[in-house]
Design a protein around this ligand. Sequence first.
Ligand code: GLN
Length: 172
Amino acid sequence: MLERIGAPWTLVKRASDLDGVAGLIMPGGESTTMLKFFASEQIGPAILEFAGKGKPIFGTCAGAILLAKEVLNPPQEHLGLIDISIERNAYGRQVDSSVRRGECPELADRPVEMIFIRAPIIRSVGEAVRVLGRCDGLPVLVEQGNILAATFHPELTEDETIHRYFLKKLSH
Ligand code: GLN
């Protein structure tokens, strides 16, 4: 997606890789596996420092789980960078993954295709959190300052809206 919209990117695998980037996307995957990687690479404290400098971070699905202030089902380690409570695997198992349409009224004046893969559900949002996207009445795209989190996978659709919005945050 970043290539398609002409944004230069690089993989961040070590804490020191963060020195060279303006923003960070924490992808989907399996948050428990990603936490093991965090422990071996000591990358958690580096991400907190990166966020503390006001640099934008976008977490999708497992990435959103890692960014949350509270994780349910079961509770697990998290960075606490966005004031949401998020429940893992809340739509059910892999077979309950789905393609839906949601609304992001501030970003797009048409429905946005959203792919949910063993996705979490955001169960509550703090006062400082803006809900930018909803699907079936649930918040699915949320923002608090420099932190953006989506429970779906915008990189798997043709719709560039969400990534373009994140890129705009880099220039602020
Ligand atoms: N189910 C995964 C988790 O709990 C998230 C899935 C995803 O990132 N698509 O970490």
